[in-house]
Design a protein around this ligand. Structure first.
Ligand SMILES: C[S@@+](CC[C@H](N)C(=O)[O-])C[C@H]1O[C@@H](n2cnc3c(N)ncnc32)[C@H](O)[C@@H]1O
Length: 485
């Protein structure tokens, strides 16, 4: 049956994840978490209620090991303790799932089951589904390496639609050594209400789909912060409202308010076409209302002397490839930390690295390049020794701060990777604080360095040298890029 029919397209209903490319992990005895609950017949909460150590760490008790025995209430995934729900046909969003009983805030609603596949497979499948014209996407993020695909096999959770103002959320739980994704109520949900969670981060996505959730705070697209969205470069177009490109709200970052400005079309980024940008591919794009949107590279400080803006020319630009790769790696890592719903109580903010938007209107992301100025050339053109010394001193402190940040990153990387793989706990506060402190230190050093260059170029007479180029040429030259780090 098709989507417009009386029934949803065929799929196999399952209540346990199926592992395709590997076996279900075997929980080692020493890894089994045993709580300290002591069952008291007069107090049902005593048997693994909210204060159970395992519940507090989002871990289900293992049968045969839990002190509460058969009274244990902390085996909801294992025993499929789902809230009652039923399918219904929505207006314009395909099928959806309704609460079929009153659901309490915090209640476990249902597990998102499907086939556990690697990220590589997820990407291949997602592309294959799109090529086959499948517009409803059912792949969600499980951990740093794996996804759950509920396209062919899944639980009823596969029918839960997205909302930017959701009544449910996903939470990851450790169940018998495997991470599993549950849908939990964020608030009281009366029977008959549609269940919805925010797809952002969790969703692999596919084609860009215009969100029809109707919330005032709607971000415009489904899963606009998801990995698939970042990689997608096109938008479906047909008579279905979800895939039309007209009046798509302009959406930039999670912190920005959506605006009413609309893009005429969502187009893939093509060099020298839509962007009137510089060699990095960053620049302005003209929107339908001729509002130029400036997209700047990271850490890029345009230099302005006496009202004249100096930028590097294409020839002068040398991409700091290592820096770009490094940055992309760190940024992806940090965005994954932030995206893990289990660690929402402490965010390491990637903004410390990505100050300006690097997302193209087509949703395509491009990481910025750390640019460095050629201090030697600048100093050669400054007549005053103090000015030269100041710039050199600031450059040194910038280098130190960068080195400190890099070494801190290398230090915490194993912990982050471990965290991603195994834990449901939040990133430790001390690690996050260290990171934030070092990032601030680095930003301040960058700022001091650049502002001292601007100040000295703007106020100090140039070394008199007939052979040297004019001021704008000189500044262009001094902005020669060096290899980053
Ligand atoms: C996991 S499925 C949800 C169930 C789906 N509606 C169905 O009929 O099978 C995700 C797909 O539902 C649609 N969808 C979900 N939420 C939506 C929303 N807020 N606006 C538009 N389409 C939505 C999109 O086509 C998306 O790819």
């Amino acid at each position: 049956m098709d989507q417009q029919g009386e029934f949803p397209p065929a799929y196999k209903l399952i209540e346990r994840n199926e592992f395709l490319y590997r076996k279900h992990k075997k929980q080692k005895e020493e890894d089994i978490a045993i709580c300290e609950c002591q069952y008291d017949a007069g107090n049902p909460e005593s048997a693994c209620g909210d204060r159970c150590l395992n519940v507090l760490t989002s871990t289900e008790c293992t049968p045969g090991y839990c002190p509460s025995g058969s009274h244990c209430k902390n085996q909801r995934f294992q025993t499929c303790q789902y809230a009652k729900s039923r399918l219904f046909k929505t207006e314009g969003r395909g099928w959806g799932l309704l609460a079929d009983e009153n659901i309490k805030a915090g209640q476990f609603v249902i597990e998102y089951c499907g086939e556990v596949i690697s990220w590589k497979e997820a990407k291949q499948r997602s592309q294959a589904y799109e090529s086959a014209g499948l517009k409803d996407a059912y792949i969600i993020y499980l951990n740093a390496y794996e996804s759950i695909d509920a396209t062919h096999k899944g639980s009823l959770a596969r029918f839960i639609n997205h909302s930017c103002q959701p009544n449910c959320e996903t939470r990851k739980w450790n169940v018998l050594g495997e991470v599993r994704v549950g849908i939990f109520a964020k608030q009281e949900i009366p029977a008959g209400t549609e269940l919805a969670y925010d797809y952002n981060f969790e969703w692999y996505g596919g084609a860009k789909v215009r969100c029809l959730c109707g919330a005032a705070c709607c971000s415009g697209f489904l899963g606009a912060k998801s990995r698939g969205f970042q990689e997608a470069t096109y938008l479906w177009e047909d008579n279905d409202d979800r895939y039309s490109v007209e009046n798509v709200p302009l959406y930039d970052s999670e912190d920005d308010e959506p605006t009413s400005k609309s893009l005429k079309a969502i187009v893939p980024y093509k060099e020298n076409e839509d962007f009137l940008g510089n060699a990095d591919g960053f620049g302005s794009v003209v929107l339908s209302e001729s509002i130029p949107m400036v997209v700047e590279p990271l850490n890029f400080v345009p230099m302005e002397v006496n009202g004249v803006k100096y930028e590097t020319t294409e020839d002068e630009c040398m991409y700091a490839e290592n820096a770009q790769e490094n940055f992309a790696r760190k940024s992806a890592m940090i965005s994954r930390i932030r995206s893990n719903s289990a660690c929402r109580n402490y965010h390491i903010d990637s903004n410390s690295l990505s100050k300006t938007s690097s997302r193209y209107p087509g949703g395509k992301a491009k990481f910025g390049v750390r640019k460095q100025v050629n201090v030697k050339l600048i100093c050669e053109r400054l007549a005053v020794a103090e000015a030269r010394e100041e710039i050199i001193a600031y450059e040194e402190s910038k280098k130190q701060a960068t080195a400190q940040l890099d070494s801190l990153y290398d230090e915490i990387r194993p912990a982050i990777e471990e965290h991603e793989r195994d834990n449901q706990d939040s990133v430790s506060t001390s690690v996050a604080e260290k990171w934030i402190e070092a990032s601030c230190c680095k930003l301040k050093a960058d700022f001091d360095f650049y502002s001292s260059i601007i100040k000295n170029i703007a106020t100090v007479p140039r070394v008199s040298n007939d052979a040297s180029p004019q001021v704008d040429g000189a500044v262009n030259e001094v902005l020669l890029l060096e290899n980053g780090h």
